[in-house]
Design a protein around this ligand. Structure first.
Ligand SMILES: Cc1cc2nc3c(=O)[nH]c(=O)nc-3n(C[C@H](O)[C@H](O)[C@H](O)COP(=O)(O)OP(=O)(O)OC[C@H]3O[C@@H](n4cnc5c(N)ncnc54)[C@H](O)[C@@H]3O)c2cc1C
Length: 376
């Protein structure tokens, strides 16, 4: 591919933003189209664990000032993965000592995306909802948007997440399955009163509380190095279980208001340790939302052309390995190199192999954690 290559990315999530940064840094002409009207907060989850895989990819694609912004707006690094029963008796503990002062091991999604947008003025366009594409006779790709506008590029990258319209057109039979687990995400602001009662482990990393057969409630902190203007430190809290375990069918769960959803969390943890009840009672109830856990099952190669995919658009996975965002970042770093080298085929084969392995790990973890069996 020539140095005058023009790349269009659909989707300004974690992978799309990282790719736009990498290509801009490499001097490749790129345009990023995001359907959201603005960069404001979205209920897509709050805390994201960043693994060494994600950290390495960020270091590879980001210009120094953007990387500095990511570090500054990230959470102080944790050093613990823990488990408790409902009475707060420890059931397992794994520690990860040795984080350096600039280690990024957890981020707040909103602050992270804002940092990744640094310097992308003129590249990132909001309010551009992609509809479909068409390969033109002169060897380019034409993108069509829902507002009737269009754009052209040499290569189109679908970074548009699990519901990807780019993938729907490129790989119409791509299978995505519902693993039968539902989550209610919430936020507990870390006020002085809450800091005085929260178990120390909950401020050191991801902790999962469960009595086995019943629902699980995960807690994980975001302790900002520099907080965004809009809010401060918090504990992310996530209730998980099948509809049966949660005691509500989907029609009811997805119709509940944020207050109704949080009331479900209160009710399902009513018999647990008083400290957990105190934490749950201190949540910002308006911040809660439900999600369905889905995964890909088979990722088959396709004929390399002018349209490719990254992140959740091609390997959606459950959050049970904490790897979806990290794998999207890995893809972005590899795809940056591939576009510069003009070798999309190698990117696609490596990305598919890596994506399959991580999807598999996350699915096995989910089956163990949530007691479900998913047919491939
Ligand atoms: C609640 C939750 C918690 C998670 N926790 C973790 C974690 O701790 N660690 C981890 O590694 N992963 C985690 N993940 C997974 C992680 O969020 C995803 O894997 C990651 O965001 C994938 O990045 P992406 O760029 O591929 O897609 P996304 O981040 O989903 O971004 C897709 C973007 O495309 C845009 N878009 C979609 N359709 C269109 C369209 N038609 N036109 C234009 N734009 C469009 C969307 O608005 C969005 O901005 C979590 C996921 C969820 C839901």
């Amino acid at each position: 591919m020539s140095t005058s290559l023009q790349v269009a990315i659909v989707g300004g999530g974690i992978g799309g933003l990282a790719l736009a940064q990498g290509l801009t840094k490499a001097g490749v002409s790129v345009q990023l189209y995001e359907r959201d009207e603005s960069p404001l907060n979205r209920k897509q989850g709050y805390r994201i664990h960043i693994s060494p895989v994600g950290e390495e990819a960020l270091a590879a694609v980001l210009p120094a000032e953007v990387l500095r912004r990511v570090v500054e707006t990230s959470s102080h690094a944790g050093d613990l993965l823990g488990g408790f029963d409902g009475q707060l008796n420890p059931t397992f503990e794994q520690t990860f000592p040795g984080a350096g002062p600039d280690t990024v091991s957890a981020v707040d999604r909103y602050a992270f995306r804002r940092a990744l947008m640094t310097g992308l003025d003129g590249v990132l366009e909001f309010g551009r909802e992609f509809e479909s594409y068409r390969e033109t006779a002169d060897g380019r790709v034409e993108l069509r948007f829902t507002d009737g506008t269009s754009a052209t590029a040499d290569v189109l990258v679908g970074a548009d997440g699990i519901g990807s319209r780019v993938r729907a057109q490129l790989l119409p039979d791509f299978p995505i399955v519902d693993i039968g687990v539902r989550c209610v995400y919430g936020k507990i602001p870390l006020t002085d009163a809450i800091r005085s009662v929260v178990p120390a482990a909950f401020l050191r990393g991801f902790n999962f509380v469960t009595d086995g057969a019943g629902p699980g409630l995960a807690f994980a902190p975001v302790l900002f190095r520099t907080a965004p203007a809009e809010y401060g430190d918090y504990l992310m809290a996530v209730l998980t279980g099948t509809n049966e375990v949660l005691g509500v069918p989907d029609e009811e769960l997805f119709a509940l208001s944020p207050e109704g959803l949080w009331d479900l969390v209160v009710r399902r943890t009513r018999d647990w340790h008083p400290t957990i009840q105190r934490l749950v009672a201190a949540a910002d109830v308006g911040a809660s939302f439900p999600i369905t856990l889905r995964t890909s099952t088979r990722i088959e190669p396709w004929q390399t052309g002018r349209v490719t995919l990254l992140g959740d658009a091609i390997h959606p996975m459950t959050p049970a390995a904490g790897a979806g965002a990290n794998t999207a970042l890995w893809d972005a770093a590899r795809l940056t190199q591939a576009l510069v080298a003009g070798d999309l085929a190698t990117y696609e084969s490596e990305m598919i192999e890596n994506g399959r392995a991580v999807v598999e790990e996350s699915l096995r973890n989910a089956e163990r954690m949530f007691g479900v069996q998913v047919a491939a």
